[in-house]
Ligand binder design. Structure first.
Ligand code: HMG
Ligand code: MG
Length: 311
């Protein structure tokens, strides 16, 4: 192999193009034991955009004590003004929105939970209280012309509550969208989903009136199912896929979560299927190798390891 997958024309029913929502700088770095220097984060994000990623989630305007790894959001965001990509940021409440808007953020994401336990642990709120917290955030962000993503965590399984019933997920997803979110990202926070479960949830969301075009998928790879789950979602018509360069990631408030689906693993599959992403796999892999050196450990991505393997 020469670093490119063999392209076999796309199986019927798959989309011709996928938008990758890159989360490595946020979902990845929020989970590092030590805070990565701000300048390294800025270079990482520049390199991700230079590799062709058009949506690069940059940081979170959350309470700095809750996620100290991202406490430098005010310092980082101004260093990104020349990045040729959309730069969404996570915002849990009005305080976070004020901070993000003050720096000129134009895409924000609120992040809810399908389960009560994770809502309490991640947001210090019940599910209903967190939706009430998001309501003015979404309204004000929309009034300011920002694009709003609504993340929903624990859409498949929850480490404390076990399997999460599909109707419970659909109900919370609808409530998030009803606040005015432009898109919904279905989070498999601890990576326990399997493809049939993914298709069942997508089908029930459609039945409840949620169009597939508004849905993105966000798979963590704990059980090695993230790519299979992604393919199931693509077969259903989903065209927005979250992934993290090098497979960085996890969630500090869900200890069993490992990294996200690695962007390189995703691009390898999509390239092979002839599905366009605009991403240069070699440049992306070089970026993840560079980041792994900064973090002092190899990337968990199989594709990064294969492509950077030296005899
Ligand atoms: P709280 O302790 O309930 O906060 O935390 P509060 O509303 O009671 O406020 C307490 C103090 O914090 C106040 O200060 C606020 O001003 C301040 P005081 O008046 O006492 O001096 N404060 C803030 N300061 C800066 N920025 C803010 C902010 N908010 C309040 N935004 C809170 C509630 C939501 C703030 C907290 O729980 C929090 O920050 N949680 C964030 C947790 C997080 O970021 N988790 C990881 C992201 S989610 C994820 O990774 C999952 C995802 O990837 C999808 C998937 O995989 O499923 C998205
Ligand atoms: Mg996540």
């Amino acid at each position: 192999m020469n670093g490119l997958p063999m392209t076999v024309p796309s199986a019927t029913g798959l989309p011709p193009r996928v938008r990758i929502h890159e989360v490595g700088a946020r979902d990845g770095l929020q989970n590092e034991k030590t805070a990565v220097p701000t300048e390294v984060k800025a270079e990482f994000i520049h390199r991700l955009a230079a590799a062709g990623l058009t949506t690069v989630e940059a940081t979170s305007f959350v309470h700095p004590k809750w996620v100290p790894q991202l406490a430098d959001a005010e310092q980082l965001f101004p260093l990104l003004s020349d990045v040729p990509a959309e730069l969404p940021v996570l915002v849990p409440n009005e305080r976070g929105l004020d901070r993000a808007l003050a720096l000129g953020a134009t895409r924000i994401a609120v992040f809810g939970s399908a389960t009560e336990t994770f809502a309490a642990r991640n947001l210090n709120r019940t599910v209903a209280e967190s939706l009430a917290m998001f309501e003015p955030v979404v309204a004000r962000a929309k009034a300011a012309g920002a694009h709003v993503r609504g993340y929903l965590s624990m859409c498949f399984g929850d480490p404390w509550e076990g399997a999460v019933p599909v109707p419970q997920v659909v109900r919370t997803a609808k409530a998030l969208l009803d606040l005015g979110c432009d898109e919904l990202s279905l989070g498999d926070t601890i990576g326990v989903a399997t493809p049939g479960h993914v298709q069942a949830l997508l089908g029930e969301l459609n039945a409840a009136g949620v169009a597939t075009g508004r849905i993105g998928v966000h798979f963590h790879d704990t059980y090695g199912q993230a790519l299979s789950n992604t393919l199931a979602a693509l077969q259903h018509g989903v065209t927005t896929v979250d992934a993290s360069a090098g497979g960085l990631g996890g969630c500090p408030y869900a200890k069993s979560a490992t990294g996200n689906l690695a962007t390189e693993d995703l691009v390898w599959m999509l390239d092979g299927l002839g599905i366009e992403t605009g991403v240069d796999l070699a440049a992306l892999t070089a970026t993840s190798v560079w980041m792994a050196e900064r973090l002092g450990r190899p990337s968990p991505s199989r594709t990064v390891r294969a492509l950077s393997h030296k005899e």
